[in-house]
Design a protein around this ligand. Structure first.
Ligand SMILES: Cc1cc2nc3c(=O)[nH]c(=O)nc-3n(C[C@H](O)[C@H](O)[C@H](O)COP(=O)(O)O)c2cc1C
Length: 215
């Protein structure tokens, strides 16, 4: 795919098909993500990808937590509506009402898909050293976006989601991750199912709202 086509075609997929992602493709996209820039080239990231039995155990645990209302918090502090700026709050409202309106009577599909970790056949967990800073978090964001674009370039769909990292105690144990690393973010990878929720497209602000060029 051409670069802009890749950027414009990436969107969050919330219901994946059973089709598996080849191991060689997973390795390729993580290798490409490693080209992301980072502070003094410190490359603070580590990636653990869960598939197969490991992912089945994670999904079972997540669904149980979701059903009994005993979900933990992510290791990155959650971003609550009240602590967002006005621009963020406004965009969140537009997104939330947009997806609810789009799904209409099927809105519960979104919550079911979340509880089932979007049926992703692979989840890439992005880790940072526990003594992280705003700069290493910036690095991880660049890494994550590069990973998703590298995936899309191969026709592989994705979703970055806090939902993947809401049960850090179980994730550390199942994935064998020591406490000197935090599980910052999860990215689901796979191929979109033919489902209404996957036809939703989030809107973007007009350029004039977020760009100033000063001569
Ligand atoms: C840090 C972060 C956390 C997110 N968490 C979730 C989540 O828990 N559940 C979800 O459905 N989408 C989640 N998303 C996806 C966003 O809703 C999505 O990226 C945004 O609406 C823009 O849509 P697009 O990715 O389709 O372009 C998250 C995205 C980011 C970057």
């Amino acid at each position: 795919m051409e670069f802009l086509e890749t950027v414009n075609n990436r969107h969050s997929v919330r219901d994946f098909s059973d089709r598996l992602v080849k191991r060689a493709d997973l390795e390729d996209i993580v290798q490409t993500a490693g080209k992301a820039p980072s502070w003094a080239n410190d490359q603070p990231w580590k990636v653990v990808i869960a598939t197969g039995q490991t992912l089945a155990e994670i999904k079972k645990n997540h669904l149980a937590s979701s059903m009994n209302g005993r979900m933990e918090n992510s290791e990155f502090p959650s971003l609550h509506r009240a602590s967002m700026g006005r621009q963020g709050q406004s965009n969140l409202r537009i997104w939330s009402s947009g997806i609810h309106k789009f799904l209409g009577a099927n809105v519960n599909d979104m919550y079911d898909d979340s509880a089932n970790l979007f049926n992703a056949p692979a989840i890439a967990y992005l880790l940072l050293p526990a003594d992280l800073s705003a700069w290493t978090t910036y690095d991880l964001g660049a890494f994550g976006q590069t990973l998703m674009l590298a995936a899309k370039d191969k026709g592989i769909d994705s979703i970055p989601a806090e939902e993947f990292v809401l049960n850090p105690t179980a994730l550390h144990q199942i994935l064998g991750i020591d406490n000197d690393y935090v599980i910052g973010m999860g990215i689901g990878l796979g191929y979109a199912k033919d489902a209404k929720i996957n036809d939703f497209r989030s809107k973007r602000m007009d350029l004039t709202k977020f760009l100033t060029i000063k001569d």
